[in-house]
Design a protein around this ligand. Structure first.
Ligand code: SF4
Ligand code: SF4
Length: 56
């Protein structure tokens, strides 16, 4: 289980600042979550202004 960032992402970076394990990095036009590092904590979803991170 991991969170995944949808195409709604506006690349603001708020989620990356909140992730406790640094699993979120800037990708091509949006931010991406490393599924191997994600703890499924939901902090990124809470921080996101457009609800782009979704629980898979
Ligand atoms: Fe990081 Fe938690 Fe979001 Fe996973 S769910 S990417 S651990 S903030
Ligand atoms: Fe994208 Fe939301 Fe993260 Fe901002 S907080 S970079 S909009 S997923």
């Amino acid at each position: 289980m991991a969170y995944v960032i949808s195409d709604e992402c506006i690349a603001c970076g708020a989620c990356a600042a909140e992730c406790p394990v640094g699993a979120i990095t800037e990708g091509d036009g949006k931010f991406v979550i490393n599924a191997d590092e994600c703890l499924d904590c939901g902090a990124c979803a809470s921080a996101c202004p457009v609800e782009a991170p979704k629980a898979e």
